[in-house]
Design a protein. Structure first.
Length: 502
């Protein structure tokens, strides 16, 4: 019997878990994937929204401002990448000025600081690559960018260190009310809890509707993105939006905290809750609309594309709190944009709701801080030498595109809630995030995973489940084994050269 079970280990669920870990209560997180941050939280724009878009008085507006103000302090506490780069909302015709003024007034009502409207001359000065069609822009200097998986993993690790139990590869199939609270039927057996937090993303309506007669409905809203090489990372300095539509804030062009350029998302309502596929038509439309914001988006420098799903609830606002007929069941549903920005505030808000039900004392030994994996790519020469002296594996370069070493990969594996898959390593270290998209480093990364986890190479997967890197055998045999050995040997030789250079 748990005091609280959180369904879903995305950014909202992990933010709630981290806040609850401050208190003396028994908390668990159930996640159907093999890692945290496997759903909506890994495939979004990585934007910390200033707060001018949400309708005043909505839950979105309230939590947007608090989350945005909290993000910088939290990034220092938990050591994840964040930058306040400011945002611009463009209008392309004189008729759009009225909408810019409406956003300005709405932002002021919500409490957004230092908003102003820039004319074209000032706009070109701060963004030389801005489109010739841009007439003016709303400028929000408090807007920012963040690493979405860096944030989610940091929250989860800190929650885990402070006693929250994470059950990965645990899919919830049914939730039912009991006299003591709730019973959850999962792929790993039964769990019981006094309180349930429903942070299941696009599936949150399914779990809500199991326990409440007041139904909600979530539509998966698919957004496709293009990610560009770091050589295009300075194409813009700010996050550049277009005036929002009924489907959201439209296509944006933004730098990322890691130095890439990102363009997206499209917005398409679909029925498939697993529909994270991209299309040629969608990506072509994306690049065309990106060219409305900036001149000549460098399409030749795209290194990958991806799609994510936003959980759009029919009412248009976040659904957070207890249904009237399901006490102890707390929804965190319909968390679409600006959900990533709101996550720290969602964690605080839901933790306060739960403490009213379970008045647990604060822990005297709560650990507020967390240090991330040391980055050789970001370290200066002196720090690099210090890392190598402490652990020679930091001299072995595995991912050349992003300059990620064996030491960093091993650290990612042995951390709290450490990586067990190729994607898990990628999101923690950026090995495989660069121009070659893991074409070079995947074999060696897989070898390190197998060695550090004490597994056979045939058991290592890309993203858990059936996504095995070597198909057909639990242990590589025949031509599979020969080809993998050749690639690994080639990688080792390059590693030794890179190690000497480092």
């Amino acid at each position: 019997m748990f005091d609280v079970i959180i369904v879903g280990a995305g950014v909202s669920g992990c933010a709630v878990a981290r806040e609850l870990s401050r208190y003396d209560m028994k908390t668990a997180v159930l996640e159907r994937a093999s890692d945290v941050c496997e759903g909506t939280s890994k495939a979004n724009s990585g934007i910390v929204h200033a707060g001018y878009d949400a309708e005043p008085g909505t839950v979105k507006a309230l939590l947007n401002i608090r989350g945005s103000r909290r993000m910088e302090e939290l990034s220092e506490e938990l050591d994840f990448p964040y930058k306040r780069n400011g945002s611009l909302v463009l209008c392309f015709e004189e008729s759009g000025r009225r909408k810019l003024q409406e956003l300005l007034e709405r932002g002021k009502e919500n409490g957004v600081e230092d908003l102003c409207i820039l004319e074209r001359e000032e706009l070109v000065r701060i963004e030389p690559n801005i489109s010739e069609q841009a007439a003016a822009a709303l400028y929000a200097p408090t807007g920012g960018i963040v690493c979405p998986f860096g944030l989610t993993i940091a929250l989860a690790e800190n929650a885990c260190v402070n006693g929250v139990e994470f059950y990965l590869d645990t899919e919830v199939g049914k939730v039912e009310k009991t006299e003591a609270g709730y019973r959850l039927e999962t792929s790993r057996g039964l769990f019981e809890s006094r309180t349930v937090v429903n942070a299941a993303g696009v599936y949150a309506d399914i779990f809500h509707n199991m326990v409440s007669s007041r139904k909600i409905h979530i539509t998966p809203r698919k957004g496709e993105y293009c990610l560009f090489d770091k050589t295009a990372g300075d194409w813009v300095r700010h996050t550049v939006f277009q005036l929002p539509t009924q489907y959201g804030k439209g296509v944006l062009v933004t730098p990322t905290v890691h130095g890439n350029l990102l363009v997206g998302p499209t917005a398409e309502d679909i029925e498939d809750k697993e529909g994270v596929y991209t299309t040629g038509e969608g990506l072509a439309d994306l690049l065309e609309r990106g060219n409305l914001s900036v001149r000549e988006v460098p399409a030749g420098k795209v290194i990958t594309s991806f799609a994510g799903l936003r959980a759009h609830e029919d009412g248009g606002d976040f659904v957070i709190g207890e249904p009237e007929d399901a006490a102890g069941f707390i929804d965190v549903a319909g968390i679409e944009s600006p959900g990533l920005t709101c996550a720290p505030a969602i964690g605080e808000y839901v933790a306060d709701l739960i403490r009213k039900r379970i008045p647990a004392p604060e822990k005297a030994d709560f650990i507020a801080g967390r240090k991330g994996i040391p980055s050789v790519a970001l370290a200066d020469a002196e720090r690099r030498q210090e890392l190598i002296r402490e652990n020679s594996a930091y001299a072995n370069v595995v991912c050349r595109c992003e300059l990620v070493t064996e030491g960093e990969i091993a650290d990612a594996i042995h951390r709290p809630l450490g990586a067990t898959t190729l994607d898990g390593v990628k999101r923690r270290t950026r090995a495989g995030m660069g121009r070659c998209q893991s074409g070079f480093c995947a074999p060696k990364t897989a070898e390190i995973l197998a060695r550090e986890l004490g597994k056979d190479l045939g058991e290592i997967s890309k993203a858990g489940g059936a996504s095995l890197l070597l198909a057909g055998h639990s242990r590589p045999q025949g031509s599979d084994c020969v080809e993998m050995s050749k690639e690994a040997g080639h990688t080792d030789r390059l590693l030794r050269q890179e190690g000497r250079e480092a």
